[in-house]
Design a protein around this ligand. Structure first.
Ligand code: CS2
Ligand code: MG
Length: 402
């Protein structure tokens, strides 16, 4: 079997997505997500100019050798653009391998380790009273886990609070929107949110919160300690994670579990965090961490150190990524949680898929391969539009993590 064609498809059904479709000479196709929010065209160009020419004529069955060729062969290793491009190729080749074998990909990864994939939803609102209603929405729909994000009194445009509570999309126009941040106001407000949510919904509901990279380690330690009475499942991205050793300081002060990794693109980004048990969940996912092959390596390392998966699953990861993630989620021994922000109907129409939601869980496709595709005619109806992620500043104008 040989790769005869590989198409890079950029489409924007409500938001931008980049998809790689690989076609073999026998007509078997595979798809991979290559979407990098705010940097979509960088990945599309990397694929078109530097990857697709290498794929034509290769044996699609050689997934590992292709991965090594694209990783080591680039000389310039790692980084979100390179690893998203490699991820798309890897994912598409696993899709093809499943179709050729006549098996859903999870069967090629060792089979089921659980019946389905427990997911968490996104309850968000400007005020605490309104967010209680949003949490109730997810509980009423069977969710066992809910992420809670609210506004902060005195601030506007706080991360995680969206106009449309069901579809949070942070990328806006071509020029980044700017918001103003205050850590003192946030640290003062957040424990009160979870005091009310826990009191309203009792001890069994899994509660999560995304700090979104905004604190220093000692501030994160203070937040973690203030949240301990409310027994969160995790506090996410408490600090920017380039300084992995910085998490030792957080760890020494609080037992609130920590989840990190949606911005990581290789095992090297989290090796110290995992091997020193500085985190409890690693949030890497298929599209940004080198595909199914590399993601499995990260989760296998994590498994040795009591670290569970908690893969990213925002709406800027396409249904192709989510379909692939579910095959990994259902098969690994150390699954924790899968983020699930449902895509819009417009997006789902471009990416027909057979995974399904029921009772707070996602069920991966049973079709051969990943169980997802891209409708190229529908995709062509949604041209790309530049959309940048916001930036964040302190009141004095200092650029802060968004
Ligand atoms: C967030 C994302 O889902 C999450 O945990 O961190 O909404 C993130 O901000 C976006 O994926 C960025 O594109
Ligand atoms: Mg996050």
């Amino acid at each position: 079997m040989r790769i005869a064609d590989a198409r890079v498809i950029v489409t924007s059904p409500g938001r931008n997505f980049v998809t790689l479709k690989i076609v073999t000479a026998d007509g078997v196709t595979g798809v991979g997500d290559a979407t990098l929010n705010g940097r979509e065209l960088a990945v599309a160009a990397y694929l078109t100019e530097h990857v697709v020419p290498l794929l034509i004529g290769r044996d699609p069955a050689r997934i590992e050798d292709t991965w090594q060729l694209l990783y080591k062969g680039a000389y310039w290793r790692r980084g979100p653009v390179t690893m998203s491009a490699i991820a798309a190729v890897d994912t598409a080749l696993w899709d093809i391998k499943g179709k050729v074998a006549g098996l859903p990909v999870y069967q090629l990864l060792g089979g089921r380790s659980r019946e389905a994939v427990t997911v968490y939803g996104h309850a968000n609102a400007e005020t605490v009273d309104d967010v209680l209603g949003e949490v109730a929405h997810y509980v009423d729909h069977g969710y066992r886990a809910v992420r809670v994000q609210t506004g902060v009194p005195g601030l506007t445009g706080v991360y995680g609070v969206s106009r449309d509570p069901r579809h949070y999309e942070p990328a806006g126009g071509a020029v980044p929107a700017e918001s103003v941040w205050s850590t003192p106001r946030y640290l003062e407000h957040t424990p009160r949110v979870f005091e009310k949510v826990r009191a309203e919904f009792g001890p069994d509901l899994m509660l999560l919160h995304d700090v979104h990279h905004r604190l220093t380690p000692i501030e994160a330690a203070r937040l973690g300690r203030s949240l301990e009475p409310y027994a969160l499942t995790w506090m996410e991205d408490p600090v920017p994670a380039e300084l992995q050793e910085g998490f030792r300081l957080i760890r020494s002060h609080t037992t609130t579990p920590i989840a990190v990794g949606e911005v990581f693109n290789s095992i090297w980004d989290c090796q110290q965090l995992i091997t020193e048990q500085l985190i409890d969940y690693v949030r890497t996912t298929v599209v940004h961490a080198g595909g199914i092959s590399h993601l499995r390596r990260i989760f296998d390392l994590a498994n040795l150190y009591h670290v569970r998966s908690g893969s990213h699953g925002a709406t800027d990861l396409s249904p192709v990524c989510l379909a692939a993630a579910l095959h990994v989620d259902v098969s690994i021994p150390n699954f924790g949680l899968q983020e699930y922000m449902a895509h819009t109907a417009e997006t789902d129409a471009v990416f027909p898929h057979t995974y399904r939601f029921a009772g707070g869980m996602l069920h991966p496709s049973e079709e051969p391969g990943l169980g997802v595709d891209i409708d190229e005619e529908a995709a062509a109806r949604y041209p790309y539009r530049a959309a940048a992620l916001p930036v964040n500043r302190l009141a004095d104008g200092t650029l802060h993590s968004w």
